[in-house]
Design a binder for this molecule. Structure first.
Ligand code: ZN
Ligand code: ZN
Length: 102
């Protein structure tokens, strides 16, 4: 007997929409691709909008031949550090959802 029971209960239209995002999913958005840990001092490359910890990306860009984004390899040319922007929104969000334990 074939049970064609794909459950689509969550698709109820018009009802109160509570968006539940999995913590893991959020964490993935707030994870530094260099060290795979939650971002500290989120810093975004303005060219491609990839985000890293400030420390990680600065260290990365200080390496000799690293003048591109570690994720997508977009070239940052000279002065890559000038293309970095502190991402306070993301940092705030991260701090709210994943408060740093001290
Ligand atoms: Zn990092
Ligand atoms: Zn990138």
């Amino acid at each position: 007997m074939a049970t064609s029971g794909t459950k689509e209960a969550a698709m109820a239209a018009g009802s109160t929409q509570v968006v539940k995002v999995k913590r893991e999913l959020l964490a993935a958005c707030m994870t530094c691709p260099i060290y795979n840990k939650l971002l500290r001092d989120a810093t975004t490359i303005s060219e491609c909008l990839h985000t890293f910890c400030r420390k990680c990306i600065f260290e990365k860009l200080n390496e000799k031949d690293a003048d591109c984004c570690p994720v997508c390899n977009i070239p940052l040319c000279c002065l890559p550090v000038e293309k970095l922007k502190a991402d306070h929104n993301l940092q705030d969000l991260r701090a709210k959802i994943f408060p740093l334990k001290k």
